[in-house]
Design a protein around this ligand. Structure first.
Ligand SMILES: N[C@@H](CCC(=O)N[C@@H](CS)C(=O)NCC(=O)O)C(=O)O
Length: 232
C-alpha cells in the first residue's frame, strides 16, 4: 500500500506550493517510496485530526500518521532503513537540521514577496480563515507586501551560504542530493510556484542548482504546475 501525503493545494488542486510539503515530497522520492498526494486546503483541519495537529505535511503510512516535515524525514529513515538514507549518520543529520532551520529563516525573509500573490491563488473557502490567521500574525492584509524589495535583498543574502557550498559541489550534500538540498529546494519552490516572476537570478549558482534539483527524479518537481504555467 502506498504512502498518503496530505499536500497543501490552491484553488487549482494542481497548484502545490507548501515549502514543507515539497521537502517531504523530495524526501519520499529520495527514498524511492511509492506515495500518493492528496490535495489539502487550509480549512480541512478535521481531515488531519488523527495526526493530532492541523498543519501539513502529514503522511499516513500503513495506518501510522506522521506530521512535520523534519519528523517525517526521520521517520522515513527509521521505517525504511534498506532504502537510500536521508541521513547517513548522526553527524549528517545534525548538519541537515542546521540547514533545515536556516531555511525556515529564508521562508520568513521571503514572506513579503509571496504573501500578496498567495491570497489570490488559494481556494475560495480558505480565504476568510487565511486572512484572519495571517492578519493576526503579520498585520493588515494591505501591508503584507510591504518590504518586498527588502525581502528580495534578504533572499539574495540568505542564498550566500548555499552559493559557498555550490561553488565546489553539485549539491549541498555532496555528489548527490540529500536532505539539506530538499530543505532549501522546498523553501525556494514556494516563491517560485506562487510569484508572477521567477525569483532566482538567471545564471546564478543557486539557480543552476535549483534547475538540477527540479530535473532530478525524472523531472518530478520541474513538471509541477506553477501560478505562471497555470496562467498560460
Ligand atoms: N514545521 C512544520 C511547518 C508546517 C506548516 O507550517 N505548514 C503550513 C503550510 S506551508 C500549514 O499547514 N499551515 C496550516 C495553517 O496555517 O492553518 C513542518 O516542517 O512541517
Amino acid at each position: 500500500m502506498s504512502i498518503l501525503l496530505y499536500d497543501l493545494a490552491g484553488a487549482d488542486p494542481e497548484l502545490r506550493f507548501s515549502p514543507y510539503c515539497w521537502r517531504t515530497k523530495m524526501a519520499l522520492r529520495h527514498k524511492g517510496l511509492d506515495f500518493e498526494t492528496v490535495p489539502w486546503r487550509f480549512t480541512e483541519k478535521e481531515v488531519l485530526a488523527p495526526s493530532g495537529q492541523g498543519r501539513v505535511p502529514v503522511i499516513v503510512d500503513s495506518g501510522r500518521w506522521v506530521s512535520d516535515s523534519w519528523t517525517i524525514a526521520g521517520y522515513l529513515d527509521e521505517a525504511y532503513p534498506d532504502r537510500p538514507p536521508l541521513f547517513p549518520d548522526a553527524r549528517a543529520k545534525a548538519q541537515a537540521l542546521f540547514v533545515n532551520a536556516w531555511c525556515d529563516g529564508v521562508i520568513a525573509a521571503a514572506r513579503p514577496l509571496v504573501m500578496p500573490h498567495l491570497y489570490g491563488l488559494i481556494a475560495e473557502r480558505d480565504k476568510a480563515y487565511f486572512k484572519e490567521s495571517r492578519e493576526a500574525r503579520f498585520g493588515p492584509m494591505d501591508g503584507w507586501g510591504e518590504g518586498a524589495a527588502a525581502a528580495a535583498g534578504a533572499l539574495v543574502q540568505a542564498r550566500r551560504p548555499a552559493e559557498a557550498v555550490l561553488a565546489g559541489l553539485p549539491f549541498l550534500s555532496g555528489d548527490q542530493p540529500g536532505y539539506a538540498d530538499y530543505a532549501l529546494f522546498g523553501t525556494l519552490k514556494w516563491p517560485d510556484t506562487i510569484c508572477p516572476q521567477p525569483v532566482l537570478a538567471p545564471g546564478s549558482t543557486v539557480q543552476a542548482w535549483y534547475e538540477r534539483m527540479a530535473g532530478h527524479y525524472g523531472g518530478y518537481a520541474a513538471s509541477a504546475p506553477t501560478a505562471r504555467t497555470l496562467a498560460g
